[in-house]
Every structure is written in C-alpha cells, then in structure tokens.
Design a protein around this ligand. Structure first.
Ligand code: ADP
Length: 265
C-alpha cells in the first residue's frame, strides 16, 4: 500500500493520506432496489475519531447507507472516501474486507456453531500475525480484554452468554482488523435498558480510546444526543439535517425530528 501523502494512486483505493486518517467523506451516494430509490444523493463528512449518529424513520435508508459504506452493496452513483482513499466511486471499488471498516449489526450476527474465541479469530487477519495458533489465541485474549470480557468466555458458544456479552464479542470481532471506521447498526437496541446503557458506555470507551471514527444508526434519543458529536437526520433517502446534537435539538429541521428528540428530555 502506498503511504506517502504526495504519491499518486497506482490503482483505485490505493492512496492513503496520513493527515486524513479516519476521515470519512460520503458524496452524492444513490441506490435503488428495483423501482424504489432508497438513497437519493447522500453527502456526509465525518471528522477523524468523531462519532456521528444517523436518526430517522424506519425505511428512510439508514441501514442501506451503512451497508454501502461497508461495501456490502454497490451504489449507482456517488463516492465513499476513507482516510483519503477512495473505497467506491467511478471505477474504484474496494471489497468489504479490505476497507478498514468494522460493522456491528443489531443482533451481532455471531456464528452460532463457533465458540466466542473462534468468532473473534474469524475477524483476525492471520497473515499479519507472526505465527499460527498461539499468536491468534493471544490476539483473541487481547481483544476480549479490550471489550471487558473474561478470557474464559472464549470457550463458550454465543447462546451460552448474555445479549450484552454477544454484542461485545461482535465488537471484538469487528475490532480484530484494526478498523479506521466502525459502523454500528442499532447495535444495542435489542438489549434491555440497563444493559444498553452499560454496553454503550463500554463500546464508546473502547472506540474513543482507540480513536476510531464511528457512525451509528439509532432509534435511541439519548444515544443520539449524548454519544454523538454530530447528528444526521435521514428523510426519504436524503440527509435533511447534519448538525451538532445541540443544534438538532434546539433547531430541528422538521416536526418529526423535534418530536423524536423532544422525548429525550
Ligand atoms: P432504515 O434502516 O432507515 O429502516 P433501510 O435502509 O433498511 O431503512 O431500507 C430502506 C428501504 O429500502 C426500505 O423500503 C427497504 O424495504 C428497502 N430495502 C432495503 N434493502 C433492500 C433489499 N436488499 N432489497 C429490496 N429492498 C430493500
């Protein structure tokens, strides 16, 4: 991979600008499923190491936006740039596992037949470890510790641990490749209120300590207002407002946003 800031990219997606490390730029992103235009030109800038919460009604396109950024789907138009490197746009297309992007879904999507340790090991790029199994085990232990889980949990299967623990394992798996960007798609919404707050705090600390840029989709007002540096309001495939939480709270773009945030206080 090219690493000097002044070099010209030899292939799309190759260029890496150290000064822009962790900066996400989404521009004019459009996507249809059949006749339905789900994203109609989404543009969003996210500062390195900051957290952006995407809020909006069900069906407005929030998950689709995350999936396009992650590289699970292809956009029809627009571009995605991370750390100055074009991940999608024009002829450029970087596959999901080479994007430097982690993704945690609502249910964690752990493999039920694998142990916790094997689930996390699945996320590790073993070509970057010095040697086989021992190094993988050590890295799994390190990742479990990062998300405040006991090493003994590595031998359990997902159904043998709590929902909050499962979400932390999913986070550990997503952290395994040292992502520059973490996408959290309603990652805590299936948890009960107490566990949700505790898990959210752990995750915020882990991502904050590592300086990982974060974009999260949430229906939780408190999460949007307290966890994020920036709130993006999605309406019908477009971002209707992108502002600080205070600005969105005091000057909401529309009545629905006012009502959504109004419940939080
Ligand atoms: P949100 O996350 O805001 O609830 P989504 O991005 O999940 O919204 O979905 C936006 C719209 O796109 C919905 O109408 C949904 O049914 C549709 N959609 C999402 N994914 C697909 C798909 N793979 N095939 C067809 N329609 C889809």
């Amino acid at each position: 991979m090219t690493s000097t800031p002044t070099s010209t990219p030899s292939t799309p997606g190759d260029y890496h600008d150290p000064a822009a490390h962790g900066r996400l730029e989404v521009s004019g992103l459009a996507k249809s499923f059949g006749p339905q235009q789900v994203l109609r030109g989404v543009t969003l800038s996210v500062d390195p190491g900051s957290t952006t919460a995407i809020v909006g009604p069900s069906g407005s396109g929030k998950t689709t936006l995350l999936r396009l950024i992650a590289g699970f789907e292809r956009a029809e138009a627009g571009s995605v740039t991370l750390s100055g490197r074009t991940l999608a746009g024009g002829d450029a297309w970087v596959p999901a596992h080479h994007r430097g992007v982690g993704y945690v879904a609502q249910d964690g999507a752990l493999f039920p037949h694998l142990t916790v340790g094997q689930n996390i090991a699945f996320g590790i790029d073993t070509s970057r470890l010095p040697q086989g199994r021992k190094a993988t085990r050590a890295r799994v232990a390190e990742l479990l510790e990062m998300v405040s889980l006991a090493p003994a949990l590595a031998a359990r299967r997902p159904h043998e641990i709590s929902g909050g623990q499962q979400q932390r394992v999913a986070l550990a798996r997503a952290l395994a490749r040292e992502p520059e960007l973490m996408l959290l798609d309603e990652s805590f919404s299936a948890l009960d209120a107490g566990l949700r707050v505790a898990t959210r705090r752990t995750v915020a600390k882990v991502l904050g300590d590592a300086g990982i840029t974060t974009v999260l989709v949430t229906h939780d007002q408190a999460e949007a207002l307290s966890f994020a540096d920036q709130v993006a309001v999605m309406r019908d495939g477009l971002l209707a407002q992108v502002d600080s939480p205070l600005e969105v709270y005091t000057r909401p773009v529309d009545r629905a946003t006012a009502e959504f945030l109004g419940d939080a206080v």
